[in-house]
Design a binder for this molecule. Sequence first.
Ligand code: CA
Length: 345
Amino acid sequence: MHLSVFIRRLALLVSIALLSACGVDDSSPFSEEIDTSKVYRWKMVTAWPPGFPVLQEGAERFAANLEAMSNGRLKVKVFAGGELIPALQTFDAVSQGTVEMGHGSAYYWAGKVPEAQFFSTVPFGMTPRGMNAWLYHGGGLDLWREVYQPYNVIPFPLGNTGIQMGGWFNKEINSMADLQGLKMRIPGLGGKVFAKAGGNPILLAGSEVYTALERNTIDATEWIAPYHDQRLGLHRAANYYYPGWQEPGAVLELSINKRAWNLLPPDLQAIIENAAKAENLLMASEMEQKNVVALAELRQRDDINIVPFPAEVLNTLKQITEQTLADEAAQNPKFKRVHEAYKDF
Ligand code: CA
């Protein structure tokens, strides 16, 4: 066959394929009339302090990308925790429709939705890779959306803290005996497990952590991972730094009010869905890069003792974690359902 004939036939085939594709699917978003002159002005509230590196910055970059990708049709104004509403009321504000969007992490709402914790992180649970695999491909995201359905909230993964460190201790931990009565800032499920292991979990806001450790009001604290820990100056307040068990990769959560979402045209919905996937990767990989650099500095420059917990300690904490989750599942069918899906994956 002569080349020009081949190209003409190929072009004909392609145009037939395109025409039939347009005709087949009437539900295609491109067949709907979209009023492209309409501008949607949304508010996003976050659970982070103003200017908080990576997390607040990521939320703001995400909002800027939505505006750029929608050619200015979706403008999201971002407010840090406390600027519009208190940090930990993000979920309620989105649920009630006070704002359209929020950024936080699902375990912050554990008091209201205990099973939400599995969509951020649980002790000895999945790492960021595992969570992305479960959420995007293993049914996790569908389950998460089902769990939030009664609250009129649609969740999306939007970043990950990476594997968090076990924290800063003013003494070496050689056995379970060293944890007895130890005063440690450790929130959430990790704190519950720590208490059952004989420790004394202390509730402290992030802003109080450094001073409390430096003045020996507490013996130990966990915070996030090397980069944020170093910025807080924790390496100047304690000398022993342990790899983590309590938060093996907290998924950060974009939440959207369902009514607001349903009012958006499908192209803007698709922009949000895909920009969220891009930002999920960007925030998580930025954490990873910054943590690697900070960990090397702590090790080499600051001469911090970075040693793993003894196997006996980790094994005991793991057993207590499994028992704690099983106890909760036995009392709460909703918790049980998510716990089983998580374990199965
Ligand atoms: Ca933490």
